[in-house]
Write a new protein. Sequence first.
Length: 137
Amino acid sequence: MQKIEHIGIAVKDLDIAENIYSLLLNTPSYKREEVTSEHVITSFFKSGPNKIELLTATDEASAIHKFIEKKGEGIHHIAFAVEDIYSEMSRLKADGFVLLNDVPKKGADNKLVCFVHPKSANGVLVELCQEITPTTE
């Protein structure tokens, strides 16, 4: 694991949340992106070297919709940048962590992603992120 890549925050209304975080961080969102496979729209902010990802559900099939229904708006996950997502997945599996997907999938912000089940990480949903390059596609 190289660093915290971003913190994901589940929100009901992306327009309202973008306004709040624009004011809070004193910077506009630099990217809004729909991830159809996850039924979400994301919005990214940078604050110094750190990133915040706002996530809103596009329909009731979204894990974000279910999260908000159960827990309300708030921190959804912490993402870590990794150099080689496949080796990190293997390492974590060998150490007894439960992964939510067997192979990485394309996520937002040009990343391959994999999630670690919260029950394996003291109640925190952990996301592994690897930058997609021509060699990782």
